[in-house]
Design a binder for this molecule. Structure first.
Ligand code: SF4
Length: 632
């Protein structure tokens, strides 16, 4: 039987024994688990026992492509990392783009499943279907850029692609990222620390083995349509200004988190905007394999106290907010250097910036003093202190070792007043989109299995703005941004299923999606059909997404994580100060407790626990997961 879109080969890496094993699952396996997050969750549930230490050898790390990766269309070159998270203690899940994902496919494998811990640092070299483990002691302690240079020189090939854990991952920073190209991050949930704990420094890939596409003509037409419509689409601005295009609109709506979420308006927003970046330090727009959009930023600064190298890319919106408005800092150069340090050391910019912002508020309120920080005056607006702290965290130096645990764990050491200032869910710091002005996000932040995430559902304004695409998901009753009601819960859940399918097919959420994206849900189904030859409808995509969401929840249920942990930080129930969101707060009864009960009921889950039911799991071909939860 001809396989379209995938190789049918999954590489298991048994690090304890330095042994490699190739699994060849049948087509039926790919039809159910597809790739990305769902495929990683299959191996996580099968191979990681309940209660495992996230930084211990029992934690299984999967790096998964999908049946679409490497095809000739925008938005398919992405990789998902899945393991138990050292930051949250719940399921960990994170996506990244770049050229590495497509190159891994061309090198001959659909996924890598990493078991155990190597006796000493190693790297994995995969080329044209062959794989081997090689010593990596000489790469330990090096920046991502240095590792890239050393491996390219050693292998004599500039075109290899490298995925790696950084110094932060080696040091067990709980929000360490997995990096590729030294500027693309599987950033969230700390999976770089899992890779570091396994003594796996890097994965290096090169190959020419492109899987067949079922309907090449159909795929070419879809790709051509995208190229022709890009300039008129709502993603065109992403190409011009990157994700930084939303700094000013967010501020105008009162939705730019400022001073550790005290306010939704930042006086220095112009100075950290995408427009200012483009006028001053932007030297290039970068892209991922085969993508038309080119949303990635490349910045360079050659003078002044904060000099920045082009190889580390440039700050995204989230990075501008967390190191900028969260910390009260309007110095674009300092933020760019903080971004460079995160990419060079391998750290999630959201958790890193947000943790520093939390520490700054603690300092301002006298909960932390210079005696704690080694003399550093960690005040809002102090760019030099912020930049120093980023490096100290990566190296676990001084007070950096405390913040390397993330804001929630650091606050546990300081007591109740400091805990009340933490803006995190399941110990993961909130991204820079405010539920106060986009109400369904509060529900999604609370219930999302891997902690607060802004890319797990569509944001409220899209319901009214994109009626035709929303109708494809069965959503036809648009609601205002700041209300929570029955229809808004449906909107949250059904768009969450579609985003969940995106993270299973590993499709870029800027290219494909239910609203402002280049391609809508019907074209997303067409891409799947053209590449794989499988029948695919929008309803099929929603089912793929629902299955992955149930796998995520099932992992958490097995860990005893459910309704009680589906909560929101105290600050969100206190009114914001200034700007358009002045005086606005969430309501704990309507926006959290009532909304999550309705969400569980609509999901077919147990309303008392928030866990998936056997009946629901069986409808999704996951009876084995129900058996596992029942201890059978
Ligand atoms: S839109 Fe941006 S992140 Fe997405 S695939 Fe294209 S370049 Fe990469």
């Amino acid at each position: 039987m001809t396989r379209y879109g995938y190789h049918g080969k999954i590489l298991h890496v048994h690090l304890d024994e330095l042994r490699l094993e190739v699994e060849t699952p049948p087509e039926s396996f790919y039809r159910i688990y597809v790739g990305g997050s769902a495929l990683g969750l299959y191996y996580l549930l099968k191979h990681t026992p309940a209660g495992a230490d996230p930084l211990g050898p029992e934690n299984t790390l999967t790096l998964a492509l999908s049946v679409l990766t490497g095809a000739a269309i925008s938005g398919q070159s992405r990789i998902t990392a899945v393991a138990k998270s050292p930051l949250t203690g719940a399921v960990g899940d994170s996506q990244a783009g770049g050229f590495f994902p497509a190159e891994l496919k061309f090198a001959g494998f659909d996924a890598l499943v990493i078991h155990g811990k190597a006796p000493a640092p190693v790297y994995l070299w995969i080329h044209d279907g062959e794989a081997e483990l090689r010593p990596a002691e000489h790469l330990w302690g090096k920046s991502t850029g240095e590792v890239d240079d050393l491996l390219k020189e050693a292998l004599g090939d500039e075109r290899i692609q490298i995925l790696q854990t950084g110094i932060a991952g080696e040091n067990g920073v709980r929000f360490a990222a997995i990096m590729n190209m030294a500027n693309r991050a599987n950033g969230r949930t700390g999976l770089g620390a899992v890779m570091g704990s396994k003594n796996l420094k890097a994965v290096v890939v090169r190959g020419k083995n492109r899987p067949k596409v079922a309907d090449k003509k159909g795929l070419n037409e879809l790709a051509k349509w995208g190229a022709q419509h890009f300039a008129d689409s709502d993603v065109y601005g992403l190409g011009l200004l990157g994700t930084a295009e939303v700094v000013l609109p967010q501020n105008k709506a009162g939705g730019l988190p400022t001073h550790n979420w005290e306010s939704g308006a930042f006086a220095g927003c112009e100075a950290i905007s995408g427009e200012r970046m483009a006028e001053t330090i932007l030297i290039e727009r970068d892209t991922c394999y085969a993508c038309t959009v080119r949303c990635k930023r490349v910045v360079e600064i050659r003078e002044g106290p904060y000099q920045v190298e082009a190889r580390y890319g440039g700050p995204e919106y989230e990075t501008l907010a967390t190191f900028g408005s969260y910390c009260g800092i309007d110095d674009l150069a300092a933020i760019s250097l903080a971004n460079q340090y995160c990419n060079a050391y391998g750290m999630d910019t959201i958790s890193c910036g947000a943790t520093i912002a939390w520490a700054m508020e603690c300092f301002e309120r006298g909960l932390i003093t210079a005696a704690d920080t080694g003399g550093l005056e960690l005040r809002f607006g102090d760019a030099a202190a912020m930049v120093s702290m980023v490096e100290m965290i990566a190296r676990r130096q001084g007070f950096g070792a405390v913040l390397a645990e993330g804001s929630a764990r650091a606050a546990e050491r300081l007591g109740r007043d400091a805990q009340d200032l933490v803006v995190a869910v399941k110990k993961q710091e909130l991204p820079a989109h405010m539920p106060e002005v986009k109400r369904s996000l509060g529900l999604i932040y609370a219930v999302n299995p891997f902690g607060a995430d802004h890319q797990s559902s569509e944001h409220d304004p899209s319901y009214k703005a994109y009626p035709a695409r929303m109708a494809m998901l069965g959503l036809t009753e648009a609601q205002p941004n700041r209300v929570m009601n029955e229809e808004k819960v449906r909107f949250a859940l059904r768009t969450q299923w579609l985003y969940s399918a995106l993270d299973t097919f590993n499709m870029c959420q800027f290219v494909f999606g239910p609203a402002w994206h280049l391609y809508g849900p019907d074209q997303m189904a067409a891409a799947v059909q053209n590449i794989t030859g499988w029948d695919a409808t929008v309803d099929d995509l929603l089912r793929v997404g629902e299955r992955r969401l149930n796998l995520l929840r099932a992992f958490n249920a097995r860990e005893g994580i459910g309704r009680e942990q589906d909560t929101l930080p105290k600050k969100l129930f206190q009114p914001r100060k200034g700007g358009k969101s002045d005086g606005i707060a969430l309501d704990i009864e309507t926006d959290l407790e009532w909304a999550k009960e309705r969400y569980y009921a609509l999901s077919g889950w147990d309303v008392a626990t928030g866990a998936p039911t056997r009946a629901k799991l069986e409808t999704l071909d996951l009876a084995w997961v129900a058996d596992m939860l029942d201890g059978r």
